[in-house]
Design a protein. Structure first.
Length: 321
């Protein structure tokens, strides 16, 4: 049997044009698009049983959800990997990275392709994932350039109440009110951080004495004090929900965001949210919010020596104490 090499692929994508991560027949998905490119670059027929070129991802994203840093792995034979070199004077892994990037559409970016360390599994070795959900509420100005990655709502959000709700999610809980388990899986997850914050309104290049919509800007030495307009930071004024957990069940983040927003606009109270946490049952009032505001920002892994043991431990179905 031919030995396999496991590659780690770090990437990003704009999810607006994809029906989620996972491959589906006749539907544009991130996984399907990348796997099609792999077959072309490596000259492997589709559905080849000896070289399936199947990606395993750290976390499947839903339709319309973005990733600024996603991770997946690919098992491949050395002879097939060498086909990526062609006329390039580069190692096979580097050649594959460059050829993939040139062939893939502009809404997918390959950050890096590398040989994975022993024991690495993109999904099961991960220690935690970080997601951010971005909202423009009535308090801030809506920038139409951000419409693909920010949700606009015509309400002013009460961040104090939303943070009190988010604090209830910290620790190990059954999130059955906010998520759907995979077949044979569970909705028990450990949330390590969950908080709401408004991005401060500030100019990108502060200039002394210039009054902007955000107030008077300070200066750095050498700035031109006669400038009449100071370019603002693009995310100024946005409300961001940052959540970090060991893993996430399907629709979990967007459903938590939707519940927190319901509290933030006064539609629901904190007792209602506490009840949803206490009784993990899906009953229709905690569905997911729109996908475009959600981005997978980071996936963390343990040291190389702990990758295999982490993967083995996380494969076990979890239960509450």
């Amino acid at each position: 049997m031919t030995a396999m090499t496991r590659l780690r692929i770090d990437l990003a994508y704009d999810g607006g044009g994809f029906y989620g991560w996972a491959t589906q027949p006749d539907i544009r998905t991130v996984q399907g698009t990348i796997e099609d490119a792999l077959h072309k670059v490596l000259r492997v027929p589709e559905h080849d049983p000896d070289e399936p070129l199947r990606l395993v991802v750290a976390g499947r994203t839903d339709t319309g959800v973005h990733a600024s840093h996603q991770v997946c792995h690919l098992d491949i034979t050395e002879p097939t990997l060498e086909r990526a070199v062609g006329h390039m004077k580069a190692p096979a892994v580097t050649a594959l990275e460059h050829r993939l990037q040139r062939l893939l559409p502009t809404d997918i970016t390959i950050h890096r392709v590398s040989v994975a360390p022993d024991g690495f599994d993109a999904r099961f070795s991960a220690l935690e994932r970080t997601y951010v959900y971005r909202i423009a509420d009535r308090t801030g100005e809506v920038d139409p350039r951000l419409r693909g990655c920010v949700l606009h709502i015509d309400d002013t959000l009460d961040l104090e109440a939303m943070n009190r709700a988010a604090a209830m999610t910290l620790g190990l809980h059954d999130f059955g009110s906010f998520a759907t388990p995979n077949p044979g899986g569970t909705t028990i997850r450990e949330v390590k951080r969950a908080s709401w914050a408004r991005v401060p309104s500030r100019p990108l290049v502060p200039v002394h004495g210039v009054v902007t919509a955000q107030g008077t800007a300070d200066s750095h030495d050498g700035d031109d004090a006669t400038t009449g307009y100071v370019t603002p930071t693009l995310e100024s004024g946005l409300v961001c929900f940052t959540i970090v957990a060991d893993a996430f069940a399907r629709n979990m983040v967007r459903s938590l965001v939707n519940a927190c927003v319901a509290v933030g606009i006064g539609k629901r109270d904190l007792d209602w949210f506490a009840g949803k946490m206490a009784v993990p049952k899906r009953e229709g009032s905690t569905g997911p919010i729109a996908p475009q505001g959600l981005t997978l920002e980071h996936v963390a892994y343990p040291p190389d020596s702990e990758l295999a043991s982490r993967a083995e431990a996380i494969r076990a179905v979890r239960t509450l104490p």
